[in-house]
Design a protein around this ligand. Sequence first.
Ligand SMILES: [Zn+2]
Length: 135
Amino acid sequence: MNLCEKCNQPNTGLDFWCQSCYAKCFQQDFKNWASGNSDMFYELLKNNGRVDLQIKEIVVWDYLIQWGIEQSQKISVKSRSEWHNNNYEVLKETLRLFIPLIRFSAINMTDFIERVCPYKTIIPNNIYVETLKFI
Ligand SMILES: [Zn+2]
């Protein structure tokens, strides 16, 4: 059995790190990614093993939005109620590769309405329509 490259414990499935190292990384290092390492964030979201990380999809979504806002330096307006269409366009472009990795069908209806719907315009239409079938 392979060993996890991070903790040297038997690796129970994921690529280079074990499940708990991925989970810890996701939760603890988020602030570091926000400073610019999008590759790591992308890999983590893409990883199928994420299903086992026991992080609720709505939490992933919240992380992603927060990260996107921090990446999009042009979004200087703090409160979303003051955003213009342009702010959403910038966020949409920033998160273009990431949005398809979100499993919207795993988000419950209440969370979806309160926390995803406000960002409807940054979600590609086909993904949004597909998602509505599940909630
Ligand atoms: Zn590990």
